[in-house]
Design a protein around this ligand. Sequence first.
Ligand code: S3P
Length: 177
Amino acid sequence: MEESQKQRDNLILIGFMGTGKSAAGSLLAEKLKRKFIDLDQLIEENSGSSIAAIFEEQGEEHFRELESETLNKLIKAGAANLVIATGGGIVLREENRKLLKTLGKVILLTATLPEIIIRTSGDRSRPLLDSEDRLETIRVMLETRKPFYREHDYCFDTTGKDLESICAEIISALRLQ
Ligand code: S3P
C-alpha cells in the first residue's frame, strides 16, 4: 500500500476548544483498539514546556509552527491507524489543513456557544481564553474560525451528548465496526 494511502487510516478530530476532541478521541481509540495521540500533549512532551508557557514565552505564532512541525513529523513517520486529537486552532494555517487531509479522515466536533462556555469554564490551561470577557472572546473566535473548520470529511454535534454517544455516532457513521 502507498504511504499516503496508509495514512488515510488515521482518524483526526478537529474543532473548537471544549468540543470534546481529547476526551472523545481517547475513548474512541480505546473502543477501536487504536493508539491515541493528543497533539497538544505531544507538543508539550517534545518541547518540555506547557502550552501556556509556550504561548507566554514564545508567542502564538511559534506554537502554530510547532503544530505544523508535529504534523509533518507524524506524516514522515508514516503514522497510520491512529486516533489523533488536535488543538482547536490547528486549522488556522492552510498548510496544516492540507497536512491533516494527508494524514487521514478529518472529523469535526462542534458544540453550541453556551455549551462551550460551560465546558471551558474554570479552565486555566487555555491561554487564548484568558480574558475578562470570556463569552465575547469565545463568540468572536468561533465566528472568525468558522470558515477554517469547513474543511472536514465528517461533522458531529456534541452538544448535550456524553462521550459514549459521541463515539457510538462516529463509529456508526464511519462504519468502523
Ligand atoms: C487552542 C486550543 C488548545 C491549544 C491551545 C490553542 C486554540 O487546544 O492547542 O491552547 O487556538 O484553539 P484544545 O482545543 O484542545 O483546547
